[in-house]
Design a protein around this ligand. Structure first.
Ligand SMILES: [Zn+2]
Length: 161
């Protein structure tokens, strides 16, 4: 037996003013699209905005439902839309933000476990890492070079061969 270690590195910015112009635009777009979320139960509005390898952009917001498990996160709405509208086109960068109508929105939001799995599948499928920018409506911002950094020792299609 031997001990193994997992180590991830990410970039932490104090606020949007420290980002490149292109990244700042993606964050602002993710913030703006939170207004299109359908979240009457949680009042936690999530917006996702991505730039694809073909230069196109695409957005997603969380879509809740009175039958709670029916709801779907902004990230997976975006991935589903990208899969249909730009089939097999890799996602270069995906920005996620949120507007918490019941509290603060000043810490970076992070994808839930189910979305991390969905992001992993999208990376596998398109054979390209998805760069993630995590933010709130204000405050610190995290950038990860690939979404799978958030899902170490994960399960994927290769495990089924
Ligand atoms: Zn999620």
């Amino acid at each position: 037996m031997k001990k193994e270690q997992l180590h991830i590195e990410y970039d932490l910015y104090n606020d949007i003013s420290e980002l490149s112009g292109e990244d700042a635009a993606l964050v602002q777009a993710a913030r703006d699209v939170t207004a299109k979320a359908y979240a009457p139960y949680s009042n936690f509005l999530v917006g996702a905005f991505a730039k694809l390898a073909n230069g196109e952009t695409i957005s997603g917001t969380n879509q809740e439902n009175a039958s709670f498990p029916v709801g779907i996160c902004a990230e997976r709405v975006l991935l589903s839309a990208a899969s249909v509208l730009h089939t097999n086109v890799p996602i270069d960068t995906l920005a996620v933000s949120y507007h918490n109508l019941n509290g603060e929105s000043n810490k970076p939001v992070s994808p839930c476990g189910m979305c991390r799995q969905a992001l992993r599948e999208y990376e596998d499928r398109t054979k390209q890492p998805i760069r993630l920018i995590l933010s709130g409506m204000e405050g610190k911002i995290i950038i990860l070079e690939r979404s799978t950094m958030l899902l170490p020792l994960s399960f994927g299609g290769d495990d089924m061969k």
